[in-house]
Design a protein. Structure first.
Length: 250
């Protein structure tokens, strides 16, 4: 019985720009368990060792292997080649990110945006101490945990950024994952940073570029709902405006 192969077309870009716009085509053997990441690794091992892409865990946890497959952002490790045996695959780097080489994109811009919303527990503003006595620990009820757990599943894979159409017109938009992370900490009963984050989110390129297309939620590999986070953040920005203005005046 002959070995099954699938047509894999890969976008190539080199730092010096020499390969920009080029696409290389490979016939890659596959079986029912072959992922897109496996197919890329086969090319690197057997056809072209210069092909460059990111991966780490192969378990849909690290978020490193995000790519565009036939125009849709996916994690390469959990997307299987068998689903493309008829159409073939066109693999490209994530949209809305600067390409460094081949399928590797720059993450510095995203991480810079993430830092602006203080993605950590912010202590009480009056005492600068945690909201709970450190000696007894930060206790939470199951309900308090459930309030933010869904947003805490985000793995910063940037698939939602690749899917967001607003980044075409507002590249400085903080974006879905950053806002979802802000809401994760705002909903945490141990945190006191909601007003600080609202000052960042309630800006021209904070939450307001979002027009609720919902593409971010559709592509999230972990079931996070960034579209809801954006809706909630827009509401909070409006509801807390007076409180933030009074704080600035004092």
């Amino acid at each position: 019985m002959s070995e099954q192969t699938v047509r894999l077309e890969v976008a190539r870009t080199s730092p010096d720009g020499a390969a920009t716009g080029r696409r290389d085509v490979f016939d890659v053997p596959y079986d029912a368990r072959t992922s897109v990441l496996d197919a890329l690794q086969w090319v690197k091992d057997h056809a072209d060792p210069t092909l460059t892409f990111r991966w780490s865990c192969k378990m849909a946890v690290c978020g490193s292997c995000g790519v565009m497959v036939n125009g849709r952002p996916v994690l390469g490790c959990e997307t299987f080649v068998r689903g493309y045996r008829t159409s073939g695959l066109v693999v490209e780097p994530l949209a809305h990110a600067e390409v460094l080489r081949d399928l590797v994109v720059d993450t510095d811009t995203f991480l810079g945006k993430l830092a602006t919303v203080q993605p950590w527990l912010v202590p009480d503003g009056a005492t600068r101490l945690p909201l709970v006595d450190p000696a007894s620990g930060h206790r939470q009820t199951p309900g308090e945990l459930a309030a933010f757990k869904g947003f805490a599943e985000c793995i910063d894979c940037m698939l939602c950024y690749a899917a967001c159409p607003q980044l075409d017109v507002a590249p400085d938009f903080l974006g879905p994952a950053v806002v979802a992370t802000a809401r994760r900490w705002d909903e945490d009963s141990r945190d006191a940073g909601e007003l600080d984050r609202a000052d960042v989110l309630d800006t021209e390129f904070g939450v307001w570029p979002c027009i609720q297309v919902g593409a971010c939620t559709q592509v999230c590999p972990k079931g996070v709902d960034p579209a809801r986070a954006l809706r909630d953040a827009q509401r909070v920005a409006t509801d807390t405006w007076d409180a933030r203005e009074r704080r600035r005046a004092t």
